[in-house]
Design a protein around this ligand. Structure first.
Ligand SMILES: NC(=O)c1ccc[n+]([C@@H]2O[C@H](COP(=O)([O-])OP(=O)(O)OC[C@H]3O[C@@H](n4cnc5c(N)ncnc54)[C@H](O)[C@@H]3O)[C@@H](O)[C@H]2O)c1
Ligand SMILES: O=C(O)C[C@H](O)C(=O)O
Ligand SMILES: [Mg+2]
Length: 605
């Protein structure tokens, strides 16, 4: 099961491999056109010979500044900003940091991605969760330049030609949203474009996808957010969301258009409300190379965390089948997690029926405990509705509150994907002290930070110092006194989606199968050493995200080959892929990662 474990690979190797692939770059423009193109622009870093060749002489101050000096200058400005905003509110500081990074992104992509890669632990919370949520909420005011593509309900019938307006001939990775469920912030309409942009920045930083080959997409089918509909300056369509077949026809048209121009691109669905998340996944997953990150990426990360919790309890991995898990939130993410957890139980027990009998899962939504007694159960939720009566925990009833469920079930794991900040309150957490397990795991996975079900401080205070903690948004470790530390893990799908997308791309997979997703999750689950797990550290540091993604990507490539889904990528055909050893596959993945350095520019008409 744990095939792609730790190897001799390290981050330096990954970097040097990826750096080696950059050669000269042909440009079809000159002069100010180059300075205004963030992809080619080197600012004051253009060497004099290049200034001559490209008609830049006189358009820049005379002194040539090296890449390292430019880097240092940016980091100095960033540090001064941190210094100057000390004492301001969190949101003011985070937005100021986002602005300075975004300005660099707009001006000089090479420098932007280098500072992002080198400082990913510090910058991920700015360009991604949680600040990206704030950016989406304030999108109208922050808007300066367009990024990505917008397909609206008004573009029906035009998308096949519109797709050719995108300037890049090659696109490898597309992240698309309809803005209907942005993090735990609800329907933000067109303002949700910030999410695909942030996810694709993570693709570049973690998976080394070439930023010229990414495409963030917003499908604007209207919004049901009344505040936005009444806002004169709202930038999207001011109409209620399309529903039913009208809605699906827009998504269908976009999928066909994207596929016809870039048949090998991988398409990631992100932050769709539950009904469309499941429906579109089912509709497209065998026809296109696509996946839904909220359902499938999240599930893999949660599974890795759940298996880590079993290891941290000092029990054999197969004891996962006995874990009592309470999931709060029956949405796309919560149901995705339960489906995957059940698949794992089935795999461990060897049969569907035994899994059906043995699964120790309880699911709650906004109306409390979901049981078979509930009227009109959503078909996606129904398989996880709990029975009542003989063989079941006594005293539970349809709609039981979270506190009741925790008190009666005494779960090993309490996992939140509800989007409701603070619902793991002091009472609930104190009740987790009575868990049947000496190291209860609390996973408040909702985003952004204010929507997290609880904080780590509360967990270590109320559940106890032995608790295991993993949240969707980043928090700091908690000092517990006498040198002890309460470790905080970030259980975010960013550990997996870059590797899933990269592995699918580099294998040339026809579609993304459950087996490929499971390989990704198992690779992440086996990443940590027993010592780390014993301390309560379930996930690696975000700083090593490229290395993690290399391994996850390789695991996905190998699973695609094993399942006969791979067709090869670029010059590498299926036969070559098939002949690769595990280590060769990791070399292959690492070699295909883009790394930001200034390439010599050569002009061609
Ligand atoms: N950590 C991660 O990687 C990750 C990944 C995906 C989603 N998420 C987060 O998970 C949250 C949910 O995402 P989703 O796509 O499943 O959303 P969703 O809207 O599909 O589902 C939300 C669910 O929470 C339930 N709920 C609402 N209020 C509740 C309450 N008071 N008590 C119990 N349940 C309640 C709803 O009934 C619904 O079942 C969001 O905050 C999202 O940001 C995190
Ligand atoms: O965007 C994230 O940080 C994770 C996840 O996809 C979410 O929707 O919350
Ligand atoms: Mg998401």
């Amino acid at each position: 099961m744990w095939k792609l474990g730790r190897s001799a690979w390290n981050l330096r190797q990954v970097r040097s491999f990826s750096a080696a692939v950059s050669g000269p770059c042909i440009v079809h423009k000159r002069g100010t056109d180059i300075l205004h193109d963030p992809w080619y622009n080197k600012d004051t870093g253009f060497p004099l010979t290049e200034r001559d060749r490209l008609g830049l002489r006189g358009l820049l101050p005379p002194r040539v500044i090296s890449f390292e000096q430019q880097y240092e200058r940016f980091m100095n400005s960033y540090r001064s900003l941190e210094h100057n905003t000390r004492g301001e509110s969190n949101s003011i500081v985070s937005l100021a940091k986002w602005r300075i990074l975004n300005r660099l992104h707009d001006r000089n992509e090479t420098l932007y991605y280098r500072v992002l890669i080198d400082n990913i632990k510090d910058f991920a919370p700015i360009i991604y969760t949680p600040t990206v949520g704030l950016v989406c909420q304030n999108y109208g005011g922050l808007y300066r330049r367009p990024r990505g593509m917008y397909f609206s309900a008004k573009d029906k019938g035009e998308m096949m030609s519109m797709i050719y307006n995108w300037p890049s001939h090659h696109v490898d990775m597309i992240v698309v949203t309809d803005g209907s469920r942005i993090l735990g912030l609800g329907d933000l309409g067109v303002q949700g474009i910030g999410i695909p942009i942030g996810k694709l920045d993570i693709y570049v930083a973690a998976a080394g996808i070439n930023p010229q080959r990414v495409l963030p997409v917003m499908l604007d089918v209207g919004t049901n957010n009344q505040k936005l509909l009444q806002d004169n300056l709202y930038l999207g369509l001011r109409q209620p969301r399309l529903e039913g077949d009208e809605y699906l026809s827009i998504v269908d048209e976009f999928m066909e258009a994207a596929h016809s121009r870039w048949p090998k691109a991988v398409i990631q669905f992100e932050d769709f409300q539950m009904k469309w998340a499941f429906e579109t996944l089912q509709r497209y997953r065998k026809r296109f190379c696509m996946f839904n990150d909220d359902i499938q990426g999240t599930a893999g990360v949660a599974l890795a965390g759940l298996l880590g919790a079993v290891r941290a309890q000092g029990r054999p991995l197969n004891d996962f089948v006995k874990q009592k898990i309470v999931v709060v939130g029956a949405g796309s993410a919560g149901i995705g997690v339960l489906k995957t957890a059940k698949q794992m139980v089935t795999k461990m027990l060897g049969s569907d029926e035994s899994a059906e009998v043995q699964c120790q899962f309880w699911l709650l939504d906004k109306d409390g405990l979901v049981t078979k007694a509930r009227n009109s159960l959503d078909p996606a939720v129904a398989p996880f509705a709990r029975g009542l009566g003989p063989g079941e925990v006594e005293g539970l009833h349809e709609g039981a509150s979270l506190l009741e469920v925790v008190k009666k079930v005494k779960p090993h794991v309490l996992l939140g994907l509800s989007g409701v900040g603070g619902i793991f309150n002091a009472e609930v957490l104190k009740a987790m002290r009575e868990s049947d397990c000496p190291r209860p795991a609390i996973f408040p996975m909702s985003n952004p930070t204010t929507n997290a079900e609880c904080t780590p401080e509360d967990v270590f205070k109320y559940v106890g110092e032995n608790a295991i903690f993993a949240s969707g948004s980043p928090f700091n470790d908690v000092p517990l006194g006498e040198g002890k530390i309460g470790y905080v893990n970030q259980a975010n799908n960013m550990y997996l989606f870059p590797g899933i997308g990269l592995g699918a791309l580099l294998s040339g997979a026809r579609h993304i199968s459950d087996g490929m997703l499971q390989a990704a999750a198992e690779c992440l689950a086996s990443y940590m050493t027993d010592d780390q797990i014993q301390k309560g550290i379930l996930f690696p540091s975000i700083s090593s995200i490229r290395l993690i993604t290399t391994r996850v990507g390789a695991a996905v490539v190998r699973a695609a080959i094993a399942e006969d889904l791979a067709e090869g990528h670029g010059d590498v055909d299926l036969k070559q892929l098939t002949n690769m050893s595990e280590l060769d596959t990791m070399d292959y993945v690492a070699r295909n990662m883009w790394y930001p350095i200034y390439s010599p520019l050569v002009h061609e008409k």
